[in-house]
Design a protein around this ligand. Structure first.
Ligand code: FMN
Length: 216
């Protein structure tokens, strides 16, 4: 892909094909697929992106922000931003729920589905991405936190590096696409039936993830 990649000069851009007032680089492969590539200016340390707003996912996103330190992190609901905002950050935490793999793409309430097409046009190369997936292990034991599995597939397909994989110890479920090589691809949380475990699970996970983020 790389050797076929050509830089496109956009209107208002300088001779190098990079807009003087924009840190975005627009590249395309020879089939005409455009890829928004990494920012050329200074990136910020950590962005939390979540959806939907107003429920358990939102509450967990706020808990993460508070525990990390509100001054150290920016937080966005994906309803309110375009996918290229992800490129502003070296490190990302993506928080999603699970709505069943078949309903994921058409669920109106959850704006991740609307975010995905534009997300597929960006490159997450050199980005560390940590996932938090909410689910319900009692009602959906065969698809526990499948949404996080979907997200992991997307992120790695875009070149992102997943951090914050967690042991399945302490979780009761029958099957999950979010488990690869006996590890969850991120942090599973069940606010419906195990909310009393959430605070400790987040703290333990952050103890593992934040040092990874500090390294770059
Ligand atoms: C229609 C529907 C489908 C769901 N499917 C799954 C599922 O497949 N796997 C799972 O673990 N949880 C599933 N859940 C549970 C949600 O992921 C869970 O309740 C989550 O905390 C909801 O977050 P929210 O309050 O931010 O929407 C489903 C919930 C609903 C309403």
């Amino acid at each position: 892909m790389d050797k076929n990649k050509i830089e496109q000069k956009k209107p208002g851009s300088n001779q190098k094909g990079v807009e003087e007032d924009s840190p975005l680089r627009l590249t395309a492969d020879l089939e005409g697929n455009y890829l928004l590539d990494e920012r050329t200016s200074e990136m910020k340390w950590l962005g939390i992106f979540y959806s939907p707003a107003g429920g358990s996912v939102h509450r967990v996103a706020k808990m993460l922000k508070k525990k990390i330190g509100a001054d150290k992190v920016d937080m966005f609901c994906v309803n309110d931003v375009q996918a290229d905002r992800l490129l502003d950050y070296k490190n990302l935490i993506l928080v999603c729920s699970s709505l069943g793999r078949s309903t994921w793409e058409r669920e109106q309430r959850d704006r991740w589905a609307k975010f995905f097409p534009s997300m597929r046009k960006i490159s997450l190369k050199d980005r560390l991405v940590a996932l938090v997936g909410l689910g319900d292990h009692v009602t959906y034991p065969k698809n526990f936190v499948d949404g996080m599995g979907y997200m992991a597939e997307l992120v790695t397909g875009l070149g992102g590096t997943l951090v914050g994989k967690t042991s399945t110890d302490g979780y009761v479920y029958e099957d999950s696409t979010a488990v690869i090589d006996d590890l969850f691809v991120g942090l599973p949380l069940d606010e419906d039936f195990e909310s009393e475990k959430t605070d400790a699970r987040i703290s333990k996970w952050l103890d593992m993830v934040l040092p990874e983020f500090e390294r770059i």
